[in-house]
Design a protein around this ligand. Structure first.
Ligand SMILES: Nc1ncnc2c1ncn2[C@@H]1O[C@H](COP(=O)(O)OP(=O)(O)O)[C@@H](O)[C@H]1O
Ligand SMILES: [Mg+2]
Length: 362
């Protein structure tokens, strides 16, 4: 290993410190090193001068995809200070401190005292309004920032990407049998059932802004401060690029939905009653309302957001197939609700945002 991050023998602080010095980074003695469970190797360092750094080493043995992820994240973090983002958004993104292309390591600002949104909902399923508002302001601020008219990669190296979901309409029998998990056919059936709606999203795709692309609850970090002005940080910019902002908004809404599905004990039939939706309606409704405070959405865009949220639920089910090999109760719920969101987004929109006559708004 050429980098400095822990291998089997654990973190050698002296080694990390001299490796950082070779990159021109010196904050004195390392007083704490905390390893992170991540796809990549990661460690948070605290230094005697009070600085914290987060080091993320992409495993270059994993090849091309990882290389692209490294380049995307580096390009995005480099772009942030010069992109003209609103202050709330810029502050939410870790500052890039150094990179070591040889070992594929990014050295960035460590966000100290933050917990992930995933951890937060475990203690508080009704996410505090202030947190939802902070999340929405950060995300909308990123989306509202004007971007160069770019196709492919721009000068910063950031990618511009097309609609990221494949059609399942023409799946061969081999693909069907070869898919992961025993419930794969159920997943394929759900994807095929929504093919028309997915195609509508594909056709309306507009790569018009900076997009995070992977706003899952472990990439959203929150620090609740005493003054009820929580800070939000967005990490893991491996997939970022120029894309359709509605994908990000739908991902957050889909994530709020899946978090809630993981707590419901109801059957799909019982979910038809509006009362069952209280928590997710509140969380998602407040997030969307706060987002629109900065970046208003048309009626069509609302529909697209709910469709992307549905796709997120379907992708969550696919993730379970890959990881656990079967859908389980949550996976089946995700298929059911995801399909509903794609097929009948207006109906769901009423469940989410019941009190407003949405269509009467300009
Ligand atoms: N700059 C940072 N400061 C503090 N914690 C971070 C930072 N970046 C990432 N993390 C934490 O490390 C975890 C893994 O990092 P992430 O970039 O998401 O890698 P992966 O690609 O493995 O998901 C995140 O979920 C978050 O908890
Ligand atoms: Mg992550």
């Amino acid at each position: 290993m050429t980098g400095a991050l822990p291998d089997g023998s654990g973190v050698s602080r002296r080694r990390i410190r001299s490796w950082l010095a070779s990159l021109g980074v010196d904050h004195g003695r390392i007083i704490d090193a905390q390893e992170f469970v991540a796809r990549s190797r990661a460690v948070m360092l605290r230094f005697e001068d009070g600085t914290s750094l987060f080091l993320k080493e992409m495993d270059n043995a994993a090849g091309v995809a990882i290389d692209a992820a490294f380049r995307n994240e580096e390009a995005m973090l480099r772009l942030v200070p010069v992109a003209g983002l609103p202050v709330v958004s810029e502050r939410a993104i870790p500052r890039l401190v150094a990179t070591d292309p040889e070992s594929g390591t990014l050295v960035m600002e460590g966000k100290v005292g933050f917990a992930s949104l995933r951890e937060l909902v475990q203690s508080s399923p009704d996410i505090p309004v202030s947190v939802l508002v902070a999340m929405a302001s950060v995300v909308a601020g990123i989306h509202r920032t004007p971007v160069p008219d770019t196709h492919g990669r721009d000068a910063s190296g950031l990618r511009s990407f097309g609609f990221p979901f494949a059609s399942f309409a023409v799946l061969t029998p081999e693909q069907l049998v070869g898919g992961p998990g025993m419930d794969y056919p159920a997943y394929v059936a759900a994807m095929q059932a929504v093919d028309t709606e997915v195609d509508m999203l594909r056709r309306s795709w507009q790569p018009s802004s900076l997009v995070h692309f992977d706003l899952r609850d472990d990439n959203i970090l929150v620090r609740e401060n005493a003054d009820d002005r929580p800070e939000v940080a967005l990490v893991d910019w491996e997939m970022a690029g120029y894309g359709d902002p509605l994908l990000d908004v739908g991902t957050v809404v889909g994530q709020l939905l899946v978090q809630w599905l993981q707590t419901v004990r109801d059957t799909p039939e019982q979910l038809a009653s509006a009362a069952a939706w209280t928590t997710v309606r509140r969380n998602a409704g407040l997030f969307i309302t706060a987002y629109e405070h900065v970046a208003p959405l048309s009626e069509e865009q609302h529909i697209a957001v709910f469709r992307y949220a549905g796709l997120f639920a379907l992708m969550h089910a696919a993730g379970r197939l890959e990881q656990i090999g079967s859908l389980g109760r949550i996976g089946h719920l995700c298929l059911f609700v995801g399909r509903q969101l794609l097929k009948n987004p207006q109906g769901i929109a009423e469940l989410f945002l019941p009190s407003k006559g949405r269509s009467s708004r300009a």
